[in-house]
Design a protein around this ligand. Structure first.
Ligand code: HEM
Length: 137
């Protein structure tokens, strides 16, 4: 399945008013299913939740501008080397992100939307993971 930018943008627009709740749900889900990664994060997640949400917003905004998206993801991936993130964490993070988006999207969420977000996350994980692995050496 390839990425359908129209579906990504419309579902993200529907989620936009719930940004902080979606991000909070994402972290709750991630830590519940992967308690081992909790210690990588600061105790208070408030600011972190906002940053995650604006990073996703930037990706969606620039979705069709491959050069910009790849640049953003490579920078983000390099910074994650300093947070103790590992390429092996990406599937768990993707599962929690999809769970959070699905939970709040309501009727906007169709099998096509899910497939499209899965494809987006595949690009995110691949590009960030590669930059992370190169930085970690
Ligand atoms: C969709 C993929 C991801 C996105 C969009 C994302 C986004 C972000 C953003 C925007 C920040 C704030 C700092 C900065 O901009 O450099 C951050 C921090 C962080 N991320 Fe991610 N991230 C992703 C995947 C991951 C993965 C796979 C891990 C592995 C556990 C991870 C762990 C962390 C940690 C530990 C921090 C620092 C938090 C703190 O200082 O408390 N992230 N992430």
């Amino acid at each position: 399945m390839t990425i359908n930018p129209v579906l990504i943008k419309s579902s993200f627009a529907a989620l936009e008013p719930h940004g902080p709740e979606v991000a909070a749900y994402f972290y709750r889900h991630l830590f519940e299913h992967n308690p081992g990664v909790r210690s990588l994060f600061a105790e208070h997640l408030g600011e972190q939740q906002d940053r995650l949400w604006s990073a996703l917003g930037a990706l969606v905004t620039h979705l069709e501008d491959t050069e910009t998206v790849v640049g953003l993801l490579q920078e983000l991936g390099r910074r994650h080397a300093g947070y103790g993130a590992l390429p092996a964490h990406f599937p768990a993070v993707g599962a929690s992100l999809l769970a959070a988006l699905r939970h709040f999207a309501g009727e906007e969420w169709t099998p096509e939307t899910e497939a499209s977000w899965t494809a987006v996350y595949g690009v995110v994980a691949e590009t960030m993971g590669q930059a992370l692995a190169e930085t970690s050496g």
